[in-house]
Design a binder for this molecule. Structure first.
Ligand code: NDP
Ligand code: 2IT
Length: 466
């Protein structure tokens, strides 16, 4: 018996007969993927939404869909040698997990961060499969990255690293095969160097092989903003179910990278005030509201730290080593948007947010809220938008970039943002309708998991045992 988050296997099996099958498969996942805790966590969360689905659809059990979904189609691990400016030679490890291609070419970002292990990439790839299904666009799921640490590295070092990464990765990619994009530590600069090396090696101007490109060379307007904007749109729809909005709302956003910056921008546009943001060294409490122009200058241009931002804002306070949720100890909070990394909002943080009056939490990051924290929020009646749904605007706009590349077209900002807004509205409606169909109104976690899972499962069954 393997206890998970306080619920024993025996207790789970009592719920429905198909839960027994789920537990058997889950135990296999644990024993076949030892030590990959984040991967286990991501699988567990989806599995917890499935007992009723499997009871209604025995064909999923017969076709061993669960077992197949727990095994990526292909996992590539490679050596990345690169030379630092001081002449020293470094060896990083590269990954690309081509998780599931039932709905389209593998699609998902690359993460460059020292904590990246195979299990990290597998958890992100697993999430991506269902997220991409929810967008309603023809994209399968994949993820990749490296344990390379870009912090403090020069432009030239970043370029040499990206070139070395692509020198191996290119053979596995293609606009109809596998299409990477950015994630933590990978933004427009890195996508540029990766694209340049792909073009050089393949001798093809294959625009659709990467997304998040520069606007003048095949990129899409709105892709940079899309994840943050989309998360705020999704939250807006959740709030509207309770007659609320961002107008006048006080908001906390964790992180200060791509997703966080554009989430802050959209909250401010909609009349809310973001009073806290963070990075891995601490948080800033800015009671007058984050000055976005200054934050962007510090983060995007100077590539500085949130402490540098705090120093330039007389009324802001830097909270060293504290997560941004600590701001809720002294300020009422209406909405919290975790936009940094996995497991960054735990049950204590959730309890703090509940005491501060939080009405909605939506995940701009992938799996930032621990299962225990989700339980605390749910018990308190807080609206909770899971990452698979709430942050799907990024990859959805990547798929719009692929569409533009395929037709050699480029769309206006207004049109593309309109498409993004419609996609987020549809995802919200689909999650809500699916939850209702399964008798769990307002449970966006189950709604997202079930809607994504059934779409992928149906396509897998149609395509046979492959
Ligand atoms: P960025 O690299 O632009 O920013 C990441 C931010 O998170 C930084 O502020 C960083 O701080 C902080 N952070 C990263 N790792 C940690 C850590 N271990 N502990 C505390 N803080 C940390 O990445 P993105 O904004 O692109 O990505 C943020 C999240 O959103 C990730 O979970 C990503 O998977 C997810 N996401 C991204 C999408 C995209 O389109 N970019 C799409 C959908 C989801 P520091 O600088 O100190 O490391
Ligand atoms: O987690 C994600 O959805 C991303 N990092 C974006 C992936 C993409 O292909 O745009």
């Amino acid at each position: 018996m393997i206890p998970h988050h306080g619920i024993s296997t025996a207790e789970r099996i009592r719920v429905t007969p198909s839960a027994a099958r789920i537990e058997t498969v889950y135990e296999q996942v644990i024993s076949r993927n030892p030590g990959e805790h984040e991967f286990h966590q991501a699988v567990r969360e989806v599995f917890d939404s499935l007992p009723k689905v499997l009871s209604r659809h025995p064909e999923y059990v017969d076709a061993s869909i669960l077992e197949r979904l727990c095994e990526p189609e292909r996992q590539i691990i490679f050596r990345i040698p690169w030379t630092a400016d001081d002449g020293t030679v470094h060896i990083s490890r590269g990954f690309r997990v081509q998780y599931n291609s039932a709905l389209g070419p593998y699609k998902g970002g690359l993460r460059f961060h020292p904590d990246v292990l195979l299990g990290t990439v597998k958890f992100l790839g697993f999430e991506q499969v269902f997220k991409n299904a929810l967008t309603g666009l023809p994209i399968g799921g994949g993820k990749g990255g490296s344990d390379f640490d870009p912090k403090g590295r020069s432009d030239a070092e970043i370029m040499r690293f990206c070139q070395s990464f692509m020198t191996e990765a290119y053979r596995h990619l293609g606009d109809r095969v596998d299409v990477p994009a950015g994630d933590i530590g990978v933004g427009r600069r890195e996508i540029g160097y990766l694209f340049g090396q792909y073009k050089r090696i393949s001798n093809r101007y294959e625009s659709g092989v990467l997304t998040g490109k520069g606007i003048t060379w095949g990129g899409s307007l709105v892709r940079t903003e899309a994840t943050g904007y989309g998360t705020v749109y999704f939250t807006e729809h959740m709030l509207a179910t309770r007659g609320r909005s961002f107008d006048g709302a006080t908001v906390l956003v964790s992180g200060s990278g791509n997703v966080a910056i554009y989430a802050i921008e959209k909250v401010h546009e909609l009349g809310g005030v973001v009073v806290g943001a963070s990075d891995s060294s601490g948080s800033v409490y800015d009671p007058e509201g984050i000055d976005l122009a200054l934050l962007r200058e510090v983060k995007e241009i100077q590539r500085g730290r949130i402490a540098d931002y705090a120093q330039q804002r007389p009324r802001a306070e830097f909270l060293p080593e504290r997560r941004v949720w600590a701001v809720a100890e002294r300020h009422d909070i209406d909405v919290a948007l975790p936009c940094a990394t996995q497991n960054e909002l735990n049950d204590d943080d959730a309890a703090t947010l509940v005491r501060a009056g939080v009405a909605a939490v939506a995940e701009g990051a992938n799996m930032p809220t621990t299962p225990e924290a989700i339980r605390v929020l749910r018990q308190a009646g807080v609206l909770f938008g899971p990452g698979k749904a709430a942050n799907a605007g990024g990859v959805a706009t990547s798929a719009l970039e692929m569409q533009q590349n395929a037709t050699r077209d480029s769309w206006s900002f207004e049109y593309t943002e309109q498409r993004l807004a419609e996609i987020m509205e549809n995802i919200h409606a689909r999650c809500a309708a699916t939850a209702e169909e399964y008798g769990i109104d307002g449970d966006y976690v189950a709604g997202a998991n079930i809607a994504g899972f059934t779409q992928v499962a149906d396509a897998m069954i149609a395509q046979g045992v492959i």
